[in-house]
Every structure is written in structure tokens, then in C-alpha cells.
Design a protein around this ligand. Structure first.
Ligand SMILES: C[S@@+](CC[C@H](N)C(=O)[O-])C[C@H]1O[C@@H](n2cnc3c(N)ncnc32)[C@H](O)[C@@H]1O
Length: 248
């Protein structure tokens, strides 16, 4: 998807904002898998509005390259402390060979135009033994996402578009990476169902942006009705996969 051709950048940051504790959870899981090796240079590939770029810089004391093809998404990055923004796509990364210790890729895998070219570029830009961390929804964790129960077309589209775990676990080693770890992270997405509704209403998720307006309105009403009936204060968790590979 070309984000610049959509209205998503306008609302992405608010609609997809993660609670502080969720960002910390992800940083902890990355630290667990990468161990004591210093992550001096990190590429946040498909960084979008930089949800993870500055947190990566702060946590690992790294110089972070925030790379994304969308000018509109990059323009929404609110802080560039320790982050160099680069407008480019994963299939052609404008970094030197062996430039970074880790490539972090959050919710980007299913947007790649050419997975093979992108994986070759990730390998080229990583130092030997460098880490490739993929944070992504997969077909297997779709059922953990509450709002998708009310947007059947978005669910079906995601099912077609998203990778399955097996696909990632077989494709990436074919490009010269060894699996270091894989886990399903149970993340807090919203402190309450009320907050979830506010986020969903902004329509900043790519799967909700492309469904017809009428279906979006119907889904939102159904979600609101469900939440009113079952409690609006309940926190909302969902599952997401973390794959950590190491360059061979
Ligand atoms: C769902 S957003 C994820 C943004 C960010 N990583 C995050 O987790 O908030 C997907 C991002 O992938 C970017 N993208 C799309 N195609 C890409 C490509 N071929 N190479 C790199 N990034 C791409 C989009 O511009 C968008 O910013």
C-alpha cells in the first residue's frame, strides 16, 4: 500500500498509539533476544511515524535510521532525537554494506512490494551476526484482535494479506538468516474498550481504510454495541508475533 495516496498518515499516530508499557514490553523482548551485543546502529525499516524509532534510540543508546517510503508518514514523526529520517523503501535501502547492528521491522512485512529484494537488502546492510527483528501480525493471531470481529471484510482481507508464521519461518532463512527466537507477544493495545472505540473511529488502520464507508459505519456501531453490553472499562489486549533472526 502506498500510504501517501491515503488519508492514513493524518490519523495513524493517534489511531495506533501504543501504551507506554507496551512499547517497554517490546523493547524488553528485543533486548532478551539480542543479549549483550551493543546495538550501536539500528535501521527502523518502514518506521512510519516513528512509534518505535525514538524508544529504540533511548533504550539501546543507538543511532537509529528511520526509513520509510511515505513522505507523509515521515512528516508526522514528532521527535527525531537520535534518529535520522530517510525516505526510501526496503527494496533499496540507501545504507552502506554492514552499516547496522539490527534491522527492526514493525508491521511492514505485508506491505513489501518485493520480499526477496527487501530481504537481500536487509542482509546486505546488516553487520555479520546482526539481528533482524520482525514485529508483525500473522494469520494465526487475527482471532485475538477484538475489533476485527465486527469488520468481516477487513478480517478477510487481512487473512489474505498477512503472512502466516510458517511463511516467515521458512522464507527468511532462505536469505541467509538463522532463527534466534520466535514468540507471541500479548500486548496491551488500549487501556479500555472505550479507548479502543476512539482509536478505531479514526480509521487509521490500513485494513479499515480500504473497506466501503457503509461497512465501516456498520462495524463501528456493532463494536460500540458489544462494548456497551460487555463493559467499556475492560483493557484490550491482542497478540502479535516477534521473530528474531541473526545474519549468518
Ligand atoms: C503499518 S505502518 C508501520 C509503521 C511503523 N513501523 C509502526 O510500527 O508504527 C507500515 C509502514 O510501512 C511502510 N511501507 C510500505 N511499503 C514499504 C516498503 N516497500 N518498504 C518500507 N516501508 C514500506 C508504509 O509507508 C508505512 O509507514
Amino acid at each position: 500500500m502506498k500510504y501517501d495516496a491515503t488519508g492514513i498518515p493524518e490519523f495513524y499516530d493517534k489511531a495506533r498509539r501504543l501504551p507506554e508499557e507496551t512499547i517497554t514490553l517490546w523493547l524488553n523482548r528485543i533486548a532478551y533476544h539480542t543479549g549483550v551485543r551493543p546495538l550501536t546502529y539500528i535501521a527502523d525499516l518502514g518506521c512510519g511515524t516513528g512509534r518505535f524509532s525514538v524508544p529504540l534510540h533511548n533504550r539501546f543508546m543507538s543511532t537509529v535510521f528511520g526509513i520509510d517510503p511515505s513522505r507523509k508518514m515521515l512528516d508526522k514523526v514528532s521527535s527525531t532525537e537520535g534518529v535520522t529520517l530517510i525516505q526510501a523503501c526496503a527494496e533499496q535501502i540507501p545504507l552502506a554494506n554492514h552499516a547496522v547492528d539490527m534491522v527492526f521491522c514493525s508491521q511492514v512485512f505485508h506491505h513489501l512490494r518485493n520480499e526477496h529484494a527487501a530481504l537481500d537488502e536487509v542482509k546486505r546492510t546488516l553487520k555479520p551476526d546482526g539481528f533482524f527483528c520482525i514485529r508483525n501480525s500473522t494469520v494465526e493471531n487475527l482471532d485475538s484482535i477484538l475489533h476485527l470481529k465486527f469488520f468481516p471484510r477487513a478480517y478477510r482481507d487481512d487473512h489474505t494479506l498477512l503472512p502466516g508464521r510458517h511463511e516467515i519461518l521458512t522464507l527468511i532463512p532462505q536469505h541467509g538468516f538463522a532463527l534466534k527466537g520466535h514468540e507471541i507477544v500479548h500486548q496491551l493495545f488500549a487501556h479500555s474498550r472505550r479507548e479502543l472505540i476512539d482509536k478505531i473511529r479514526m480509521r487509521g488502520l490500513s485494513d479499515l481504510a480500504i473497506i466501503p464507508d457503509r461497512e465501516f459505519a456498520e462495524g463501528l456501531t456493532a463494536l460500540e454495541t458489544y462494548c456497551l453490553k460487555h463493559g467499556t472499562d475492560t483493557p484490550v489486549y491482542e497478540d502479535m508475533d516477534l521473530f528474531v533472526f541473526q545474519r549468518a
